[in-house]
Design a protein around this ligand. Structure first.
Ligand SMILES: Nc1ncnc2c1ncn2[C@@H]1O[C@H](COP(=O)(O)OP(=O)(O)OP(=O)(O)O)[C@@H](O)[C@H]1O
Ligand SMILES: [Mg+2]
Length: 359
């Protein structure tokens, strides 16, 4: 499954070089470079139309690239047909074979492989158990709900143990509880099989929960690539900050003091910036996460407003404050801290070093 290079370092499973796709005047993917190490769980996250499915379908060979190369285990596979790429697929609307039962659908990818009848039986049994469909093994796809069909497709992609598995919103049709259960199952399967997984989702919480790295996409290009922790703590752009986690974003003009220190001049006042912050443009924004803001004005930067809501969520209270100048700030209060009531005035503060400056 893994390729070990001469120097003993594991070679990347997948390398994408300058891969792009155009449909007439529409650019579905700008020329893109991406390296995926063997065994990584990489999530493509981004809004609708950002190019996630296009990228995935070029990797598996369903869509022909306009430019660029795809290397799997160091070999150029740009022209290799789909069925020769050793890639498992689970797509948003992936068709099951209507004339085969659930068990037969799952068994199908194993037919071409040299396995004993007993091994096939065991693998199908395990796969059925994994997606909790043991009791429906004899049914036909038309007798299943959309979510159940999706689970069969998931089981079928894992059953023959390919070295790369591509999943395009595989849990989209499931309810929240089953979705969370399947997330844990997928993570466990990833750990057990060591497969390289490229997973597409709109759902940032799912991306944070599952991924080794997140590839955040926007307007047909990669906006930011990094671990969930990196992107959350150091978003590269206001878009990244807004898309992953909850953010308070303050925009303003960059203002250089006589001492050389830069500040951000906003409708809410002049904010101090993280130590050593530099900025090339005349305008910028700071991102402050809800947990970095606290009640009281003694932290270095202060805003004032009126409490619009206090939402109790067990492990935290989320305070929504409408600022006097018209923006809304979200604050996460730790458990046990009393929240001011609706309509009360609130002064909020944060340490300048807790914010991130973005262009
Ligand atoms: N066959 C096609 N012909 C023309 N345009 C296409 C085609 N396939 C995709 N596109 C366009 O390419 C862009 C990227 O589409 P893609 O399906 O990759 O987005 P996505 O990120 O997967 O979105 P979603 O989250 O909605 O599934 C979109 O603007 C889409 O309309
Ligand atoms: Mg898509």
């Amino acid at each position: 499954m893994t390729t070990v290079a001469k120097d003993g370092v594991t070679a990347p499973k997948l390398i994408i070089e300058g891969l792009s796709k155009r449909y007439g005047a529409v650019t579905a993917l700008e020329p893109t470079h991406l390296t995926v190490p063997t065994g990584e769980f990489l999530t493509l996250l981004g809004p609708s139309g950002s190019g996630k499915t296009t990228l995935l379908q070029m990797v598996c060979g369903l869509v022909e690239p306009t430019s660029g190369r795809i290397l799997i285990d160091g070999r150029d596979q740009t022209q290799t047909p789909v069925h020769q790429r050793d890639i498992g697929l689970v797509f948003q609307h992936y068709a099951l074979f209507p004339h085969l039962t659930v068990a037969e659908n799952i068994e199908f990818p194993l037919r071409m492989r040299a396995l004993s009848a007993a091994q096939v039986k065991q693998r199908v049994k395990d796969a059925l158990a994994m997606v909790q469909l043991d009791h429906l093994a004899a049914r036909f796809p038309r007798e299943l709900s959309g979510g159940q069909q999706q689970r069969v497709a998931l089981a079928r992609s894992f059953v023959y143990q390919p070295s790369i598995i591509l999943m395009d919103e595989p849990l989209g049709a499931l309810d929240k509880k089953l979705r969370e259960h399947m997330q844990i199952e997928i993570k466990q399967l990833h750990r057990e099989t060591g497969a390289t997984i490229i997973y597409v989702t709109h759902d940032q919480e799912e991306a944070l929960a599952l991924s080794d790295r997140i590839c955040l996409m926007n307007h047909a290009r990669i906006e930011q690539l990094g671990s969930p922790q990196e992107i959350y703590a150091r978003p590269a752009t206001a878009f990244a900050a807004d898309f992953i986690g909850i953010s308070n974003i303050f925009r303003g003009q960059v203002d250089t003091a006589s001492t050389g220190e830069i500040r951000l001049s906003t409708p809410h006042g002049k904010f101090r910036l993280p130590a050593g912050a530099t900025c090339s443009g005349a305008e910028a924004a700071i991102v402050v996460r809800p947990e970095q803001i606290s009640l009281g004005g003694d932290k270095g930067n202060t805003v004032v407003g009126r409490v619009a809501d206090a939402v109790y969520a067990g492990s935290e209270t989320r305070l929504i404050v409408d600022l006097d100048e018209g923006e809304t700030v979200i604050v996460r209060l730790p458990p046990g801290q009393p929240a001011p009531a609706y309509g009360e005035r609130a002064t909020l503060g944060w340490n300048p070093d807790a914010a991130v400056l973005v262009p």
